[in-house]
Write a protein that binds this ligand. Sequence first.
Ligand SMILES: *Cc1c(COP(=O)(O)O)cnc(C)c1O
Length: 459
Amino acid sequence: MRYVSTRGTAPELGFADVLLAGLAADGGLYVPTDWPTLPDVGIDATYAQLAAAVIAPFVGDDVDRATLDRLCDEAYATFRHPATVPLVQVDDHHFVQELFHGPTLAFKDVALQLVGRLFDHVLTQRDERIRIVGATSGDTGSAAIDGVKGCANVEIVILYPFGRTSDVQRKQMTTVDSPNVRTVAIEGTFDDCQDLVKAMFNDAPFRESQRLSAVNSINWARVMSQVVYYVAACRSLATPLTFCVPTGNFGNVLSGWIAQRMGAPIEQFVVASNTNDILTRFLRSNDMSAVDVVPTLSPSMDIQVSSNFERLLFEMNGRDGGITAEQLQRFRTTGRLSVEDDQRAEWLDGRFLGARVDDAGTLDVIGRTYAATGMLVDPHTAVGLGAVEALRASDEIAGPVVTLATAHPAKFPDAVERATGVRPPLPAHLADLFDRAEHTTVLPNDLAAVQRFVATTFA
Ligand SMILES: *Cc1c(COP(=O)(O)O)cnc(C)c1O
């Protein structure tokens, strides 16, 4: 399997090189040269076995199949539910797929527990080291740190927006006391953090001298790993499904699109957003204009620009990297991106539906869900449930829906308690989180300062 950049000029690479590179050298994102079809997998397969089978064609010869099987087994053994990603029914036609039973309680563990192990395997084989630099609005950071904290050949620096993550999210990152782990609180927003990371990658001498690599959602291996739970849900429910995805960087919903492209029986996607609704504005009225980020109760969806949308845009442009690069350059300078009517008709209309739920709506959904089912849901999942409710009311969706539960309610206890009066307890393995010591460094939103830190902190 070979990979090309969405901006058309970076060299074609194999899986292992794409894994280590993160962002392509031309600033684009790597995608496979073609989309494989789903393998035949027996209905008695475990989640780990299904994962290895779905992922195998993307990995190609770069990781042998026995190793891939073992890495998937190890990655999903860290999940604390026997079904790994269980489906829970909330009403006649509505299921929640709980993606939060991994070590850090967010869906990002599904990808990062595997990606950390893939990194370690490939680097050991090559006798190489890398330094991961990542931006997080909360969940990616802890999941990435947990995925690589035991890796001998990986160092990791995670930037997060100062004061804009929940206490649990921050503690999960800053209490990991491992010689290869650093966290940095940036005085700015998540988009500032993401821009700093992008700028470090675009600085070629810096990137090379530091052997930089990425694990934020632009990393192909993450998108690939997330395809599996869509396939698992389709197999379990054995009927065409609509998926509702609480969306930030568009990585999760893109994985769903890939599952559909590979042959999974998926009808539609609901792209659910909070007040930071650039994607829902784009889907509903072709208006993709960046505005300032507003902090909400669902901070992992507080984004200005959804970077993974570029992969879909590349497909919409007939895989023309030149056109895609130009369009993104225009978006960068004008703050606006719109696509042609025929592109919308072919790629978006009837496939991606947008809906937005604000904080008041989020609290209302958490409260009503608890009253009706006894289930505590986190604010991100609640945005998804609220979006489904709205689109059902307007008859825009019909038939069975799976809403992805992207975080454990205990990760956002304040919002859940405000809405229900019940404070969800942390699971046993994190019960002493608030007694653990924090290690972090506060830095200004300044590229030079952050580069200096990255270059010297492990010396
Ligand atoms: C990361 C995250 C999201 C957004 O996922 P994207 O892949 O960035 O769209 C939603 N909910 C939670 C809890 C997350 O951690």
